[in-house]
Design a protein around this ligand. Sequence first.
Ligand code: GTP
Ligand code: MG
Length: 250
Amino acid sequence: MIEDDEEKSYLIKMENNLVNKEKINIDDVTFEKVMFLYNSALKEIKTKIDILQDELKLFHNYEPIEYITTRIKKPESILKKMERKNYELTYENMFDKINDIAGIRVVCNFKKDVYKLVEIIEDFSDIRILNKKDFMKNPKKSGYMSYHIILEVPVTFSTGTMFVKVEVQIRTLGMDFWASIEHKLKYKNPNITKGDSKNLVKYARIINNIDDNILTISNRIEKERTKNNIMIEAADSKKDIEPNKFNFKL
Ligand code: GTP
Ligand code: MG
């Protein structure tokens, strides 16, 4: 495992211009190179989750993921966020304090799938988990629900391996529907009225109820299927025994 200090010095070694304390300039080639690191990290985690999705389907007949989206934060948004949080605009602060430059969103069918995926991702042996936030158990005041993991993925370059941060958001289709709409409404209209905000919280609650009810149906169906499978297996095993009776020789 690479120690933190080693990593930072590696970063400087990898690109002579990329001095940690250097001020960010989104128009210069250093910024382009930094964004290349995040783009590479995003490709790595996307591939890992794509492979996981294929494996779960092929080996376990389990298809928890509806779709996956990825995005890189726009340079202006990175600066805006750093300014909002009163961070000096250096590459060091960008690396250390901004966790969502590379983002991947995994949208699942059921709440139980979200938790299953969290468990599986936690067990990926080569990633480092930095932080987890369960906004499903503890929704935000806005009504927002999702499961967030901040992790680091190893990215291998010609000169060595570097760990780069990615924000993983895992949520159900219902939560994704709500978050997308709410974001659009608030982005286009930051002065949204108290009444509208209240209604959005109410809709988040309604969607959560639907998620819970759908989960109940899914669990019931699964239970039935397991029961039926056991009955079929039992019947099959009985069948296996029967012919032996006739094979019995005196
Ligand atoms: P940000 O500065 O918003 O990134 O917050 P943070 O660094 O404290 O992280 P947090 O885990 O609270 O939120 C990270 C991300 O979750 C955001 O960038 C959004 O994508 C999403 N998110 C958080 N709260 C909301 C919300 O109320 N509505 C919507 N639509 N998305 C949200
Ligand atoms: Mg964000």
